[in-house]
Design a protein around this ligand. Sequence first.
Ligand SMILES: [Zn+2]
Length: 527
Amino acid sequence: MRSLILGFASASLLLAAGVAQEGVRWWSHIQVLADDKMEGRNTGSDGHRRAAQFVAGEFEHAGLKPAGTSGYFQPVKFDVRTIDEPASNLALERDGKATPLELGEEASFNLRADLAARVDAQAVFVGHGLVIPESNLDELAGLDLKGKIAVYINGGPSSIPSALKAHYSSVGERWKAFQKAGVIGMAAIANPKSMDIPWDRAKLARLNPAMSLADKKLVDTEGMQFLITVNPANAEKIFAASGHTFGEMLRLADADQPLPHFPLNIGFRANVKLNHSQTESPNVVAVRPGSDPRLKSQYVVFSAHLDHLGIGQPINGDRIYNGAMDDASGVASLLEIATLMKERNLRLKRSVIFVAVTGEEKGDLGSTYFASNPTVPKKSLVADINMDMYLPLFPLKYLEVQGLAESTLGNDIRAACDKAGVQVQADKEPDRNLFIRSDQYSFVKQGTPALAFKFGYLTGSPEETLTKSWLQERYHAPSDDLNQPVDKTAAAQFNRILLDVGERVANADDRPHWNENSFFRRFADGE
Ligand SMILES: [Zn+2]
């Protein structure tokens, strides 16, 4: 009895030592990827290319085969835009009188779209600007929007399921509905309650290069002439001629009441000078071939984004946006999961693809390209398991999963978490639209069931405070670097759970499928 207990104790100690070592190894990849030498891995930069070479080398060490179009690489072409801000301006027009809006302070042009050089158009407030047929919601109904600019507040009714709302809140889906109504551009106002990044920091990114895929078929903002983000602290003046106030709109939104829709009786006048160029940047793609003669032609995808924001506006004297958590952490997990498969000599029936995508920070562009032009037949991709900034800042007790209720992958992650003694949580903050805010969504739109993750916590807990202050202080800031406290052992536990999910999916008799009642099922035609 005694020796048995001792035996058990030493085995679990060994296990604990193993996971701690794995955590140190996981961090060692981040030390390379988030080093100042990688210069923040901006899409198209030399720093990103060096990081891509490193990842390809590590894929090779882990025994993975090249699965790009050129060895481990799948080059992707991008159109690049920067703004010449001194030669650009924005004004509010009321009764023929123009009042300038200070760029950066009051509003910023968003170069995600190829903006028109000159725009002069009336503005209409469209509430949250949502058109969701499944929820019988059409916030554009009955409005005259021809040639107008639609102004909206991010968010939407809490009665609408979060994944559905997230989908229709995406720029591409919004623009489809707006364009159909005759809208020529849009102005988004963030609800201060759900702003991840304080305006003072968010405004710095407006001077960074923006990109879209050079392949026009894959661009979701075609025809958009005007796109701005408005500082909510200065939004009141946009409502000044409408008979309503922004404060009133926010109160309604925060009380989950429907928002009214009305002409703002003001116009936006914009002159925009853009500089255009082109660049190329690779996705890094590798495969661990499956062992089953029939199932090996199906692929489970693990994805994470290698790009970050590069070198930008300095904060506290630091210009390098290292992106240690965003998303060197996810790429390090890719490398760890591949390495664990090799170390454990796993025989998996299906093949597993590991892809470190580029262009995520520019709008999920590398994953859009890969999911639309996969290097294996599209229908053979059975699942995407995406890891982006999952924030292992404390021990792993709760794992928040996006896409949990959408497909049979929800059962796999539940089973893996159960086994690891970790509790699964659904999306707690639907207004942050996390389901569409990373690369898993590119796969979802092509019909592939997907999951994404965050370290979870209970509301009001110290872990919530840690996560929220991380977002306030380090998210998309140069301080997301190697000098920050991270729970490496918890990250290793996360990696093991995802390895377990991958194993379950790769070895299951049936490929994963969308749940009967999932909205996203529609993208999987012919399934
Ligand atoms: Zn990011």
